[in-house]
Write a protein that binds this ligand. Structure first.
Ligand SMILES: [Mg+2]
Length: 285
């Protein structure tokens, strides 16, 4: 059975209002009207008892041609820092990237879930990490040989997985799919499809698992979880927060998703988080 959700999104700074009919499994309609007010925003409110889980790439920052081309602005860092303080540190970045890379990018000293739930680091704490697959070096070596003869194909080494990016070589998508599926099958690993990316990683672990684990920690337990993400790899996270009585927000173009709500892109996410920050600071509750 399909369940429909009809709602309005408003962006105070952009002076535009997106009216969206979103059905579970089927996105039916999208139109835009002008001059909204914040009071008509039906998105779930971030409140002091929210546990806020945020994907990184494509959610807080625009996707880049190469994974290391992403820049975390000072404004974004400040926004996340203030939100974390307002939420008593119940804010976590939940990413497919390795935690070490998130830290190098200057994401901040927040709780971090990396490598699709296979790594967790509480704020300013060491990384708790699953075992590294024994075959990973063999797989990386094979992918680097593959990429060496195909312009634009990038191999991203991660502590527990390896990503094969074809954003700069989209004509190789089919070959990238074939080699990653073959290698994963040979070494009892799993291919995670992302945006212009095939990632080979252990069969266990996903973002939902990482969120569920955090919700058992004292810092997060008892709060109402909310997860915002853009990719198919975020669907497990959406399902996790929904099963825990929380809210899920998809970022990007409407598509089939477990999420109940939609924001158009990283700029809209940041704007909406900024409004929540100001509202909570003003309310002091
Ligand atoms: Mg993403």
């Amino acid at each position: 059975m399909c369940v429909s959700f009809l709602f309005f999104l408003t962006y105070g700074d952009d002076d535009c209002d997106i009216h969206i009919m979103l059905q579970r499994n089927v996105i039916a309609k999208r139109s835009i009207r002008r001059n909204p007010s914040e009071s008509s925003m039906p998105l779930p409110r971030i409140t002091r008892d929210t546990a806020l889980f945020l994907d990184f790439d494509g959610t807080l920052v625009m996707l880049a041609d190469a994974p290391d081309a992403v820049v975390v602005s000072q404004d974004l860092h400040l926004l996340l820092s203030e939100l974390a303080a307002l939420l008593q540190n119940r804010l976590a970045i939940v990413s497919g990237r390795a935690i070490s890379v998130l830290r190098e990018l200057g994401v901040g000293d927040f709780t971090l879930v990396g490598s699709h739930g296979l790594e967790i680091a509480m704020a300013n704490s060491p990384i708790e990490r699953a075992d590294r697959p024994e075959a990973l070096d063999t797989v990386i070596s094979a992918l680097e040989k593959f990429a060496a003869t195909r312009a634009g194909i990038l191999v991203e080494r991660k502590p527990l997985s390896v990503g094969l990016h074809y954003r700069l070589g989209p004509q190789y998508e089919g070959e990238c799919r074939t080699i990653t599926e073959t290698l994963a099958s040979e070494h009892d690993l799993f291919v995670q499809k992302g945006k212009m990316l095939f990632e080979i990683r252990p069969k266990h672990g996903d973002k939902g698992q990482g969120i569920r684990e955090l919700m058992t920690r004292r810092q997060f337990s008892g709060a109402r979880p909310m997860f915002i993400g853009d990719d198919v790899t975020d669907e497990n996270g959406f399902e996790a927060v929904l099963s825990l009585g929380g809210d899920a927000i998809l970022v990007g173009e409407p598509r089939a998703s477990a999420a109940q709500f939609l924001l158009a892109g990283p700029a809209e996410v940041v704007n909406w988080l900024d409004m929540a920050r100001h509202r909570m600071k003003k309310a002091k509750v």
